[in-house]
Design a protein around this ligand. Structure first.
Ligand SMILES: [Zn+2]
Ligand SMILES: [Zn+2]
Length: 156
């Protein structure tokens, strides 16, 4: 599969790593070599989607979510070429986990009100109690952190 993807994405390097991740800076896709399950190939296709669209940076959570959706659309195109079917349910699950994560970042730690992100990346301020907080930089690979459970690598 890596061979086939390399022939489509000729400028991208595929390297074994500890998670599925697209790195725009290095122009590389890392992947979990041990994951030979269906969801592993889907994750690989998803990262290939980011790479094919050359997703570089985003400034807001909303933009990140949009790129995630676009990457899945592109992943489906690439999957078609390889005669692979990506489960629509899996895609929705991944996007939901992104939405949940973005939502939890936007809750004021002081008064628990839902707030909006500032124009600056990773900064939130609460309109209710005026608290300000920073969140860790979000990345494209967020939803593909790998977790080892009972010696099995699962994707979350
Ligand atoms: Zn607040
Ligand atoms: Zn992604």
């Amino acid at each position: 599969m890596i061979d086939k993807l390399s022939s489509i994405l000729t400028d991208v390097k595929f390297i074994p790593g500890d998670r599925f991740c697209w790195s725009p800076k290095e122009q590389t896709i890392s992947y979990l070599p041990d994951n030979t399950e269906e969801d592993g190939s889907w994750a690989l296709l998803h990262e290939s989607g980011h790479a094919a669209l050359n997703h570089l940076v985003y400034t807001t959570d909303y933009e990140l979510l949009r790129m995630e959706i676009e990457a899945w659309e592109k992943a489906k195109e690439i999957a078609n070429k390889l005669n692979i079917q990506i489960s629509e349910e899996h895609i929705q699950d991944c996007l939901d986990s992104y939405r949940d994560w973005l939502y939890s970042r936007s809750i004021c730690p002081k008064c628990k009100v839902k707030t909006l992100q500032n124009d600056h990346q990773n900064v939130y301020s609460c309109f209710n109690c005026h608290a300000c907080w920073q969140v860790s930089p979000s990345r494209f690979c967020r939803s593909y952190r790998s977790l080892k459970e009972n010696d099995q690598v699962i994707l979350i």
